[in-house]
Every structure is written in C-alpha cells, then in structure tokens.
Design a protein around this ligand. Structure first.
Ligand code: MG
Ligand code: MG
Length: 261
C-alpha cells in the first residue's frame, strides 16, 4: 500500500532530509586520503544526534552502523570500519538516513578522494545527472516506469550499466515503503504517480557490467568485474503535481566548491 502524505507530513520529511543533507556536507569536509570510514560514521552519528534525530540506518534489518560507506567497486551497503582507510584516487558513496518527528530522511552522494581518474569522474557526473533526469519525470499522471526509463536511457546511452538488484523506494514513516522505484523500466509502465507520494530515487550505475556479488559480511555489494560503481540519491515528494526535492546536495557542493563533480 502506498501512503500518500499531507503537506504537513511532507514538511516533516523535509526536516529529516535536510538533516541528512547537512550530515553529508560534514562528510564532504572530512573525506580525504587517510581518513577511515569508521571515523566518518562516528562523526555522522554524532551530528545526526546533535540535531535531535536518530540515525535511520542504525539497527535497520540489523545494519550495525549509522551510514553506508561503499568504496570504489562497492555498490551499496558498505559497513564503515576503522580498518577501511581512504586512499588518493578512491571514490566513496555515503548513504545516510535520519529519523525525526516520525519520518525518515534518506539521501546519498558519491565523493572523490583526492585525484580521481577522469573516466571515473565522468561516471559520477552521469550518475548524478541521471538522478535529475529521473526526478524530471516524477510528475502527477506519469508512471514509475517513466522514471526508470529516463535513468536507464541516460546511462546506457553513455555505455554505463544499471544495477537491477537494488532499487529506490517509497519513504515516509518507514525507511522503505511502497512503491518500489527501479532505475530501469519502460515508458508508460507501472504505478501512476500522484501528489502526496514520497519516494527515494537512487540510481546505482556501474562503469563495467551490471552484475553484482555480495561480500562475506552479508551486507556489502560490489561489482563482479571490480570496476567502479556510483550512487546518488534524493528523497522527493510529488507535491501539487510536481517533483519537490526534499533532500539537497547544495550544502555538500558549497563545501566541495570547484572540486564538485
Ligand atoms: Mg539511501
Ligand atoms: Mg534509499
């Protein structure tokens, strides 16, 4: 069942997502060669709690940390650790959730660590762009397949591949709720979009093939061919017929300045 949200509920979701956006900006300040993903997790958890929220991912389905940190060929759900130290040339996706006032925020951004190969930077830029191509389709009267098609078409045109196993989702009082929001699809197919729907759109796009494997920790997924994967996510509402982005990359990109991809 898809829960439609009132304007008041959408504003509460915006508060949760703005805390996530600011937490990701704190990550932008710290991400550089030599920092561990465990340190990033500690700072994120403290920042979320200092803003009166609870980390939405901590304990979710047994997940042990407050953020997901997925480095290079890791796609999503990487577990932060003091043993994972970022190196020059890495990329890292940070996926973050914050729960406050009964609603979840959920957003992700893939960062460059120092000097990253142009081919990988291009993958990041295209993945972020594909997210906005998907959001453009999130209008009343269109269908979920229009979002997936827009993302898939944009990425495949550039010879990237779209992960199938993991997809976006409704977001609200639950971190994951109906409907499922795939990053692939056919125009005019699937659930019709309505005002009051709130969804997280999150393309996971690979430089090489789309195939994934699970790491031994039972959480982390990585590309089978070990080529890099990028992930960007916004939580949005369909409000008065149009997409309203509830999360934000503005705080992150203010920190990154001209280093933003
Ligand atoms: Mg997320
Ligand atoms: Mg999500």
């Amino acid at each position: 069942m898809i829960f439609l949200k009132s304007d008041e509920e959408i504003e509460l979701l915006r508060i949760s997502n703005q805390i996530v956006a600011k937490t990701l900006a704190e990550m932008a300040k710290l991400i550089e060669p030599g920092i561990s993903t465990g340190q990033l997790d500690k700072v994120a958890e403290e920042f979320i709690r200092d803003h009166g929220a609870v980390p939405g991912f901590l304990g979710y389905g047994g997940f042990p940390k407050s953020i997901c940190t997925s480095v290079n060929e890791q796609v999503v759900h990487g577990i932060p650790s003091e043993k994972v130290i970022l190196e020059d040339g890495d990329i890292i996706s940070v996926d973050c959730g914050a729960f406050i006032n009964g609603f979840h925020g959920d957003s992700a951004y893939t960062f460059c660590v120092g000097n990253v190969k142009q081919e990988t930077r291009d993958l990041l830029r295209a993945t972020k762009e594909s997210l906005y191509k998907g959001i453009e389709q999130a209008e009343e009267g269109r269908r979920l397949g229009d979002i997936g098609f827009a993302i898939q078409h944009y990425c495949e045109e550039r010879k990237y591949s779209v992960v199938r196993e993991m997809i976006g989702h409704g977001v609200g009082r639950n971190l994951h709720e109906a409907p499922e929001v795939p990053n692939y699809g056919r125009k005019g197919n699937g659930v019709m979009l309505k005002s009051g729907m709130t969804i997280a759109i999150e393309p996971m796009i690979n430089l090489g093939s789309r195939n994934l494997v699970f790491e031994k920790d039972g959480w982390t997924t990585r590309t089978l061919d070990r080529k890099p994967s990028a992930h960007f996510e916004h939580s949005i509402a369909i409000r008065r017929g149009k997409a309203d982005i509830l999360s934000s990359f503005e705080y992150i990109e203010q920190i990154l300045g001209n280093k933003a991809i």
